[in-house]
Design a binder for this molecule. Structure first.
Ligand code: C5P
Length: 253
């Protein structure tokens, strides 16, 4: 897959995790189009309704719809018919649903988009939630800890033909070393040095995520939980930009 060239403001995706339509609107205004894409997930969608997508788009944002789909292939494909009509730019699905579920969901999105002569939304497979550590995984029967579990799931996602995966910033380098660069990686679990981890366990800074090879930084509370959102976004964009420059000078040496 050929990846698009991304601007720095495309690389930072801000996660909107609030329950009132007015709070969503207020964040759309306070973010002031300093980034291209906002992520809407379970909290926003279940507390409002799908029309919130049009509201957010009316401010000029692209949408990552974080639905984390997980079901049998037939059910997920059925849902894709309706998700396609929402006109979103990216959507998430759990890799744990298996290769067939991922492939049929992705093929359905592709088929619907081609029929309308549009580019399909990018499909991102969630490997292991960034709120889980090795102890959690062992407790659930994953004997190998998170790194090899994430690597196995990344392999399944890439084989299925979906465009990207989601993992913590700390696994990106190993994934790039094993599977290369022809797919997108988006990383939540992002914190600045000053932030507390909260419920996230596998965290790192935006700069380190980009240095490791992440294409998209997904950040929520570290940006939206502070008073001066625009100033926070600037800090993020600067870190991302520095890391990109340092990756480029590494490549040219
Ligand atoms: O506030 P914070 O930056 O921790 O928010 C991270 C966002 O990314 C949340 O909306 C969460 O649902 C989402 N996410 C995640 N881990 C994943 C996939 C998505 O934290 N593996």
């Amino acid at each position: 897959m050929k990846k698009k060239r991304l601007e720095i403001k495309d690389k930072l995706i801000i996660s909107i995790d609030v329950s009132k339509k007015n709070d969503v609107i207020s964040l759309c205004k306070r973010i002031n189009n300093k980034v291209t894409t906002l992520k809407l997930g379970l909290e926003v969608i279940y507390s409002t309704d799908f029309s919130i997508i049009e509201t957010v788009k009316s401010f000029g944002y692209k949408i990552l719809l974080d639905l984390k789909l997980l079901d049998i292939p037939n059910t997920v494909t059925g849902a894709i018919n309706s998700i396609y009509k929402l006109n979103i730019d990216m959507v998430t699905i759990h890799v744990l649903g298996g290769k067939e579920m991922l492939s049929v969901a992705r093929d359905k999105l592709q088929e619907l988009s081609e029929r309308n002569k549009e580019l399909p939304p990018l499909m991102f497979g969630v490997t292991i939630l960034t709120s889980l550590g090795s102890v959690d995984l062992r407790g659930m029967g994953f004997k190998d800890g998170y790194l090899s579990t994430v690597l196995n799931l990344a392999g399944v996602a890439i084989d299925s033909g979906i465009e990207g995966i989601i993992c913590s910033p700390n696994e990106v380098r190993a994934i790039r070393e094993k599977f290369g660069n022809n797919f997108y990686i988006a990383t939540p679990g992002i914190r600045l040095k000053r932030d507390s981890a909260g419920d996230q366990k596998r965290i790192n800074t935006p700069g380190n995520a980009v240095l490791n090879g992440s294409d998209f930084i997904i950040a929520g509370r570290s940006i939206t939980g502070k008073d001066n959102i625009e100033e926070n976004i600037e800090i993020y964009l600067n870190e991302i930009s520095k890391a990109l420059k340092s990756n480029e000078s590494y490549k040219s040496n």
